[in-house]
Design a protein. Structure first.
Length: 234
């Protein structure tokens, strides 16, 4: 379906479709311009590599500190900065071993996989649809897990672990952009009634991601404003 728009006193007219914009300049010259966002094909490998590296570093540090805590109950991690920013409080909690073993062990395995996939893609590897669906399932699990940990840290443990937050920061965009890439490549097909929502998400991918982060930051500040708000007279 073609939508035409015109404004008086404007020499430039445009015809907009879902895929291209046809611009008619004075004199009848027509220029076509794609309205679709650039492909994520080159971005995805870099994102997976970046997320894998950041996640591995964070998981390794947390694993090391957890091991030190198990050997010495009085050990104080270097990220125990104040009563709120306290890795030790999170590590010592029951939520720190959600599946019966330290949570960072999951990260050591999962982020190594992301890094390997990203390097493979950068080297020219091509994966089948079932592989991308499997990766998507993994990112859904990761997304759910980090949001559960976020809730537990903020509302039950009442402490924040900087390395854990680094993991949250990379898991969210990893899920988001793997989803958008799968939609772009046709690995995941939306029902017709959700196609416009998918197009909107693709066009405003960064806005949605930033809004997601802002919600998390706002919830943290609201819960701990009694501490973080002291410089502002709260």
């Amino acid at each position: 379906m073609v939508k035409m728009s015109s404004k008086k006193r404007k020499a430039l007219k445009s015809i907009q479709t879902d895929e291209v914009e046809v611009i008619t300049k004075p004199g009848g010259l027509k220029i076509t311009k794609s309205t679709q966002p650039p492909s994520l094909e080159k971005f995805i490998p870099k994102l997976l590599i970046f997320s894998g590296i950041v996640g591995l570093i964070a998981a390794f540090v947390i694993s090391y500190d957890k091991d030190q805590l198990l050997q010495n109950a009085s050990f104080q991690p270097n990220c125990d900065i104040n009563p709120i920013i306290s890795c030790g409080s999170v590590m010592k909690s029951a939520q720190g071993t959600a599946f019966g073993f330290p949570n960072p062990w999951i990260g050591l395995a999962a982020f190594a996989v992301l890094l390997t996939i990203g390097v493979g893609l950068l080297a020219g590897a091509r994966y089948k649809r079932w592989f991308w669906i499997g990766l998507q399932v993994g990112t859904v699990f990761g997304l759910g897990f980090v949001h559960w940990l976020f809730f537990q840290s903020v509302y039950n443990i009442h402490a924040l672990c900087p390395y854990c937050m680094a993991v949250w920061t990379v898991v969210i965009p990893t899920f988001w952009y793997v989803l958008l890439y799968n939609l772009e490549q046709g690995h995941i097909v939306l029902p017709t009634r959700f196609e416009k929502a998918g197009q909107f998400a693709r066009r405003h991918h960064l806005d949605i991601l930033l809004f997601w982060y802002l919600i998390i930051i706002a919830l943290i500040l609201k819960q701990f404003w009694f501490f973080f708000g002291r410089p502002f007279g709260a």
